[in-house]
Design a protein around this ligand. Structure first.
Ligand code: ZN
Length: 294
């Protein structure tokens, strides 16, 4: 199942199931028509008991009656998760990316975070003030979305707490990241976490540790790897995080980026006005973001 958030233009974004590019079922409206109570926010939906079965009923009803069915071509696509409680990130989680920055291979996961205000959708423009940062960089990342709450879970149980996956771009202001002594500002400028295009549920993804991942900047492929190169897998990461803090439904876990980021290239490739960044992951789709200076 592919979940997104959509709007026809004037109303607040709502959760939808994307059956194909042209067919989106508005979960709340279809649920109402089918007599199934389904919340309007993705984080609340993921926290709903047996939400998959209820959404299936709503979709079935929509297909039978037309209630809640939308033409996908007429919709604006928003971030699949609009307001996660937490955005947890993992640094240096691909061996060759650690090496390209001259960093040792970590022995335990290196965690940091982005504020929830970084989250942006597949149709949002990435913009920044060039007098504030001059070194904006892209990072292609597989993002795990937490389903069932996770507190002190063992690695062997951890994937039961992952609802699904999406494509993410851990946009980073390198001058702030490397100049501040820690990464809070460099990683958390508004809109610096584009995600999408849809949340693909875990059952449809198959093995999350065997997916091609890439980044194209203005059509040129600058990152190309596979999630099979992750140092710490999703199960280890969810377990590791959950021993320190509770992971809630809708929390995002950015799992790290492969080599090829702009700052370590010769010469460096930094994002500027009009640039187009496309991050793709096998089975999850592509997320294309336009850049514009404020
Ligand atoms: Zn990252």
């Amino acid at each position: 199942m592919r979940l997104g958030r959509y709007t026809t233009g004037t109303e607040s974004p709502w959760v939808g199931v994307e059956l194909d590019v042209e067919t989106v079922v508005e979960v709340g409206a279809a649920g109402d028509a089918a007599g199934v109570d389904l919340p309007g926010r993705t984080v609340d939906l993921l926290a709903t008991w047996e939400w998959r079965r209820k959404v299936d009923l709503a979709v079935e009803h929509a297909l039978a009656t037309g209630e809640g069915l939308h033409d996908g071509g007429l919709l604006r696509r928003e971030a699949p998760i609009g307001s996660p409680e937490k955005v947890v990130c993992v640094g240096l989680n691909y061996r060759d990316h650690a090496e390209e920055g001259g960093n040792p291979i970590p022995e335990t996961p290196v965690l940091f975070s982005k504020f929830p205000t970084t989250v942006a959708g597949p149709e949002d423009t990435l913009s920044w003030d060039p007098s504030f940062t001059e070194k904006v960089d892209y990072e292609a990342e597989l993002v795990a979305v937490i389903g069932e709450e996770a507190r002190r879970v063992a690695p062997e149980d951890a994937l039961d707490h992952v609802a699904g996956y999406l494509v993410g771009n851990d946009v980073s202001a390198r001058d702030l990241q490397h100049g501040d002594g820690q990464w809070v500002r460099g990683k958390s400028l508004d809109g610096f976490a584009p995600i999408g295009p849809t949340l693909v549920t875990a059952d449809e993804v198959g093995d999350p540790h065997d997916l091609a991942i890439w980044a194209d900047i203005n059509g040129e492929r600058l990152q190309e790897s596979s999630t099979s190169n992750l140092i710490f897998g999703i199960d280890e990461l969810v377990s590791f995080c959950s021993r320190a803090f509770t992971l809630k439904p809708g929390d995002l876990l950015f799992t790290g980026t492969p080599p090829g980021v702009g700052v370590y290239r010769e010469p460096p490739v930094l994002l500027g006005d009009g640039d187009e960044v496309t991050i793709g992951i096998e089975g999850l789709g592509e997320l294309t973001t336009e850049c514009a200076l404020e």
